[in-house]
Design a protein around this ligand. Structure first.
Ligand code: F3S
Length: 415
């Protein structure tokens, strides 16, 4: 590949991976079984595409090559991460026509190169479930932390360039979380309070992320077993307030059957006790900057919702209709949207005035109804990013709190 026997693009790809590994002192490369990445669909790359075309865009943005090369089919299973719009509703949600057209072209190009157009940060809801010990090259921090922690697969958080190069070369450098010796917990978090629903799991993740930063937490002391969806909230939060890519929960996650196994026989560098007061302080931090109790826009589905979470929302709404002054947008993978239509959930949500959107999200697509000032969300990651990304003020709370805000137009949540 390096000698160019498989074409110029694969040569560029393996050169990039080789340099990446050399810089990190990786002893060798490993084959990856899947890549989560895809094309850059930012406004900046859009201008580049208009000037030079898609192959040049992929060469520059995914292979770090200013020389344009013809891009072949991907070497390994490659799925696209989140996009800037739901192309079936671009007009209704106010997405610029140029961006919409660019996303359409980008999707066609990705399909032609053999990528699977999942356009989600939750590829595991669309059938991409890695097995224990598999090497991956995934982007998107909320997906990476799930792949490492809950599936026991091995991936670092890749960039657009390294994921693109892995999709064509099928390789990644053996470093970081690919190496078993780097996967042991370093910091123990002892939970001394009850953590019992999505709001608390988001807060706990946010708090642990802030403290752990790029270290590896092991969590002990939980009173009950969290659901997969609660752990989705937890992981996405820990990866946004800090850089956590892997955590362990003794008795729950696959590399932590016991404390000794999670720590690799070592002592933790630190033992941190978490109380209800600590969790409450994060709640206050995520809710401090709101000057009114009005709510204009509710954001659910970060990370992208599962079918079960959509059903829970329908139960909470219980046939009631969203206040006319509020927009409630729920973000899901396209496959879940199709299942929602099959189950009748999409139709039920529509009757309640809720918009179901696939392939995108508020933060990545900068999506909000015109004039939005006050957002409510059950996702700490959205509450973390939206104020700076979209210049809005944000309430954070449970799904129940968000539903009540959608019905009344007022935030009544609390801790
Ligand atoms: Fe996914 Fe967007 Fe949240 S990419 S994790 S829904 S910020």
């Amino acid at each position: 590949m390096l000698a160019g026997d498989f074409g110029a693009a694969k040569q560029k790809a393996i050169e990039f991976i080789f340099e990446y590994g050399t810089a990190l002192n990786a002893p060798y490369l490993v084959p990856v079984s899947s890549v989560a990445g895809g094309l850059d669909t930012s406004k900046y790359s859009h201008n580049y595409y208009k000037k030079y075309g898609m192959d040049a865009l992929f060469s520059e943005f995914n292979l770090n090559s200013s020389e344009k090369v013809e891009i072949p089919m991907v070497e390994v299973q490659t799925v696209t991460t989140i996009s800037l719009t739901d192309i079936e509703q671009s007009d209704e949600i106010g997405v610029d026509k140029e961006i919409h057209d660019y996303c359409v072209v980008s999707e066609e190009y990705s399909k032609a190169k053999g990528m699977h157009c999942l356009f989600t940060c939750a590829p595991y809801h669309s059938g991409l479930i890695p097995t224990f010990g598999e090497h991956l090259a995934w982007m998107e921090s909320s997906a990476v932390i799930i792949a490492n922690s809950l599936f026991g697969a091995r991936t670092n958080t890749e960039s657009l360039e390294s994921a693109g190069a892995s999709s064509l070369s099928g390789r990644t450098p053996y470093w970081g979380l690919h190496c078993p010796e780097n996967r042991y917990a370093t910091h123990r978090f002892q939970i001394d309070c009850t953590v019992e629903h999505d709001r608390d799991w988001g807060l706990l993740g946010y708090l642990i992320g802030e403290i752990a930063q790029e270290n590896i937490p092991v969590i002990t002391g939980l009173e009950y077993r969290p659901t997969f969806d609660e752990l989705k909230h937890f992981g996405a939060s820990a990866a946004s307030s800090g850089g956590v890519e892997l955590y362990h929960i003794v008795g729950i996650t696959p590399e932590a059957h016991t404390m000794e196994m999670a720590l690799g026989g070592q002592k933790p560098k630190e033992i941190i006790h978490i109380s209800e007061k600590d969790i409450k302080s994060v709640y206050k931090k995520l809710n401090t900057q709101v000057e009114s109790d009005d709510v204009d826009y509710i954001v659910l589905g970060c990370p992208h919702y599962s079918l079960n979470q959509v059903q829970e929302l329908i139960w909470l709404l219980n046939g009631r209709v969203v206040n006319p002054s509020v927009e409630m947008w729920v973000y899901v993978p396209y496959t879940i949207k199709l299942m929602c239509e099959r189950q009748g959930y999409a139709q039920t949500l529509k009757k309640s005035g809720v918009r179901l959107l696939a392939d995108t999200c508020a933060v990545v697509g900068n999506l909000a109804p015109e004039g939005t000032r006050y957002v409510a969300t059950n996702a700490a990651k959205q509450a973390h990013y939206l104020p700076s990304v979209m210049n809005v003020q944000c309430f954070y709370g449970s799904t129940e709190d968000c539903v009540e805000a959608a019905l009344s137009g007022k935030w009544k949540g609390g801790f």
